[in-house]
Design a protein. Structure first.
Length: 416
C-alpha cells in the first residue's frame, strides 16, 4: 500500500496563505456606477442662473439702498429757490441741483428719474425747494412744474413809453418787445409771471386785459355822455387818471369835464399841456411856464376845444368806471386843497375863493417850513387843474374864453 502513495491526489483546493485582513477583502473592487456626461447647454444654463441669482441679490440690495437714499432728507439747510433754464438736460439738471446744494448725489438722482419714467416730464422753471427736501420731493416738484410766481406791477397813469421802460428794466422778464402799443391801450394792473416770461408775452396780456375791461365797462356806460366812441372814452379816462389820485374824487372830476364839454368850454387840464410837450416821456422835469400853457399842441386843452386826439396815459379800472358813470353835478371847477385832494365849485366866484384859500395854505406852509441856510428861496406856486400834489407848480392861466367871466383877468381859473 505504501507504494501507492505517489498515485494519491488530494482534490481539495489549494489555499494560498493570506492574512485574516486579506481574507476579508474581495479579490476585485466593483467598478463605479456609470454617469452620462452633462450637455454643454445645461452647464451654461446653470452658470447663467447662478450669475443671475447673484446679480439679483446685488441689484436688489442696490435698489433697496437707492430707494432709501432717494427718499431720505436732502442736504438743504434752508428753503432755496433754483432756476432751471429751458432745454436743460437731465444730467445737467442734476449737476445744477448739486451745485445749488439741493441734492448730494446727482447720479442717483438721474437713475431715480429714469426708473420713475420722469425724463420726459421734467419742466424748466424757477422752483422753491423746502429745507431737507428729498430727491424724490425735488423730482416731484420739477415734474409738477409749479414755478415761482413773481409779480409785475404797472401803476395807473403811466404812459406806454414808461410802461415799456419798466418791462425792460425787469430782470424777471426776458426777450425784446416786438412793437410798442399805442397810448392808452395797456391795462395797469399787477400781473403774475414766472421767471423767463417774455416781455412780449406780458405786453400781449396787458393789451388783451385792457380790451376786455374797456369793452365791458363801455357796454354799461351811462347813455347821455357827450362822447361818441371808445377812443374818446379812454382819452377822457386818461385825463381823469392824471388829474387825481384820490379814488373818491374821480367821478366828480369826470363830471366836471363832461359839464365843460357840454358847455363847449375848454377842458384846461394841465396834464394835457405836459403830454403835448414831451409825449410819452411823461414827465416835464420842471414847472410849467406861461409859455408852456400858451404853446399850441394837439393835446393842449388850454388851446384846443374838446378832447385831445388820443389818450395821454394808460388809465386804470377806477378812472374808466368814473368816466363811464360820472357823478351828477353842475360843478365846472376844481382846485387843489393842499392835502392831496380837491375842492370843487359850480361858479367862477366860488372857484376864486377856493383858489385864494389854496394860496393862503401854500403861503403858510412856506412860511412855517424850515429853510436850509444855503437853499434858494422858494417861489410861490399856483394850484394845478388836476390837483395832483406833485404838480402844484402850474403858472397862472386864463380861463376858457367861453366862460361868462372871460372879460376879467383870471390868472388861476381852471375847470374842475
Amino acid at each position: 500500500m505504501a507504494g501507492n502513495d505517489d498515485e494519491h491526489y488530494d482534490d481539495r483546493p489549494i489555499v494560498n496563505p493570506r492574512s485574516p485582513k486579506q481574507a476579508l477583502m474581495p479579490d476585485r473592487l466593483p467598478p463605479p456606477p456609470s454617469r452620462r456626461a452633462r450637455h454643454p447647454i445645461v452647464i451654461i444654463g446653470n452658470a447663467i442662473f447662478t450669475i443671475l441669482l447673484l446679480l439679483s441679490v446685488v441689484v436688489g440690495g442696490a435698489l433697496y439702498y437707492g430707494s432709501q437714499k432717494f427718499g431720505a432728507p436732502g442736504p438743504l439747510d434752508r428753503e432755496r429757490a433754483v432756476n432751471i433754464p429751458p432745454r436743460t438736460g437731465l444730467r445737467d439738471m442734476a449737476e445744477l441741483l448739486r451745485k445749488e446744494g439741493v441734492i448730494d448725489n446727482p447720479t442717483l438722482f438721474v437713475v431715480g428719474a429714469v426708473l420713475m419714467g420722469a425724463t420726459e416730464k421734467l419742466k424748466a422753471g424757477e422752483y422753491v425747494f423746502e429745507k431737507g427736501a428729498s430727491m424724490s420731493e425735488v423730482l416731484e416738484t420739477i415734474i409738477e412744474g409749479k414755478s415761482i410766481q413773481h409779480t409785475v406791477t404797472i401803476p395807473e397813469g403811466l404812459t406806454t413809453q414808461q410802461i415799456i421802460q419798466r418791462l425792460n428794466d425787469s430782470e424777471i422778464l426776458s426777450g425784446p418787445i416786438q412793437k410798442i402799443p399805442p397810448e392808452g391801450a395797456l391795462l395797469p394792473e399787477t400781473y403774475r409771471v414766472t421767471r423767463g416770461t417774455t416781455r412780449e408775452q406780458l405786453l400781449q396780456r396787458m393789451l388783451a386785459a385792457h380790451k376786455r375791461l374797456v369793452d365791458e365797462i363801455w357796454s354799461r356806460r351811462a347813455t347821455d355822455l357827450p362822447i361818441k366812441d371808445i377812443n374818446e372814452f379812454v382819452t377822457l379816462a386818461s385825463i381823469v387818471e392824471k388829474e387825481t389820485a384820490v379814488a373818491s374824487e374821480r367821478t366828480r372830476v369826470a363830471a366836471v369835464f363832461y359839464n365843460r364839454l357840454q358847455k363847449k368850454m375848454r377842458l384846461q387840464s394841465d396834464p394835457t399841456i405836459i403830454y403835448g410837450l414831451v409825449g410819452g416821456k411823461g414827465s416835464l422835469g420842471r414847472s410849467l411856464t406861461r409859455a408852456d400853457v400858451e404853446q399850441a399842441t394837439p393835446y393842449n386843452t388850454y388851446t384846443i376845444t374838446g378832447l385831445p386826439p388820443g389818450p395821454i396815459a394808460n388809465p386804470g379800472r377806477a378812472s374808466l368806471e368814473a368816466v363811464a358813470n360820472p357823478s351828477r353835478t353842475k360843478e365846472l371847477y376844481f382846485v387843489a386843497d393842499g392835502t392831496g385832494g380837491h375842492v370843487f365849485a359850480e361858479t367862477y366866484e366860488q372857484h376864486l375863493k377856493n383858489v385864494a384859500r389854496w394860496r393862503d395854505f401854500q403861503k403858510d406852509k412856506q412860511e412855517n417850513a424850515p429853510q436850509p441856510a444855503a437853499a434858494p428861496q422858494a417861489q410861490p406856486q399856483t394850484p394845478t387843474f388836476q390837483g395832483d400834489p406833485k404838480k402844484k407848480d402850474t403858472p397862472q392861466k386864463k380861463n376858457d374864453k367861453t366862460d361868462k367871466k372871460n372879460t376879467k383877468k383870471k390868472s388861476d381859473a381852471k375847470a374842475e
